[in-house]
Design a protein around this ligand. Sequence first.
Ligand SMILES: [Zn+2]
Length: 96
Amino acid sequence: MLSKGKTAKGTAIKRIEMRRCAACRQVRHKSELLRFVKTDAGVSIDEPKKIFGRGVYVCKSSECAELLKKRRSLDKIFKLKIPGELYDKVKETVLM
Ligand SMILES: [Zn+2]
């Protein structure tokens, strides 16, 4: 978990971490997005955002989770057959 305490002055990375949502195409801050990453085991949700690899971002909203599932966007982006359970897991995750 990320601490909500103060960040040390001067040590924060200045680069703004903005990413585009793969579903609605809106650009948002990384903290508002869910990250997916492709690993040897397949595509998974990278909740701690610590797995190395090609990341894809989606808003933490049920609309975007729904859109993602409907379009099977992750299949296209990762050029892989993504199991339906992953899309369902996205919906569960954003609703938490
Ligand atoms: Zn979105």
